[in-house]
Design a protein around this ligand. Structure first.
Ligand code: GDP
Ligand code: MG
Length: 188
């Protein structure tokens, strides 16, 4: 079984996760909720911090998830160049928080960035685990995309699927755990 170590030599595994998707879908808040149990109702565009790490316990093993946040127009280039530099290797999981529950069309449900990166990675020789996340489930009155529609799209692209709310915390931990557990399973 492979094992990765970082500078403190304590964790058994280091998994790298990247958040991609349209602006304002809640990527930064999903990370803030997961890593710090915080929420920002008026969060500005992502600046500064490139990633945060969060320790998780999977089957009694300490797994460290290094979660990369991405922002704005640079997101696709940042993700791909990091990928080509090998900076995010050797294992990647991708939380595609690029789903707006407020988008009516199925096409808009998975934006072009998510599609492009998913395509790039699924056609590479790298093992990738991807989850499509529909965030902001607390805004039920504004929902225009049904759970079944999101689920069907995810299935069509072989992605995991989960609906979350960074505001009320529902499924946030579960979404990150889904990909981390899947990678752990693949590795072990
Ligand atoms: P990002 O551009 O994808 O990083 O999106 P942000 O995390 O900055 O969130 C954009 C806006 O949506 C902010 O005003 C957040 O407060 C809000 N937001 C994020 N997640 C949720 C959620 O689960 N529920 C609600 N109601 N608002 C959210
Ligand atoms: Mg952001």
């Amino acid at each position: 079984m492979a094992s990765y170590e970082d500078e403190d030599h304590t964790q058994d595994y280091l998994f790298k996760i990247v958040l991609i998707g349209d602006s304002a879908v809640g990527k930064s808040n999903l990370l803030a909720r997961f890593a710090r149990d915080e929420f920002y109702s008026n969060s500005k565009s992502t600046i500064g911090v490139e990633f945060q790490t969060q320790k998780m316990d999977i089957d009694g093993k300490e797994v460290k998830a290094q979660i990369w946040d991405t922002a704005g127009q640079e997101r696709f280039r940042a993700v791909t160049s990091a990928y080509y530099r090998g900076a995010l290797g050797p294992w990647w999981c991708m939380i595609s928080a690029g789903v707006r529950l407020l988008i009516a069309s199925a096409d808009g449900l998975m934006n072009s960035t998510v599609r492009a990166v998913t395509c790039l990675l699924t056609h590479s020789d790298m093992n990738v685990v991807t989850i499509l996340v529909g965030n902001k489930t607390d805004l039920q009155d504004a929902r225009e995309v049904g759970t079944d529609e999101g689920k069907a799209l995810a299935e069509a692209h072989s992605l995991f699927f989960m609906e979350t709310s960074a505001l009320d915390s529902s499924n946030v931990k579960a979404a990150f755990e889904t990909v981390v557990k899947e990678i752990y399973t693949i590795l072990s």
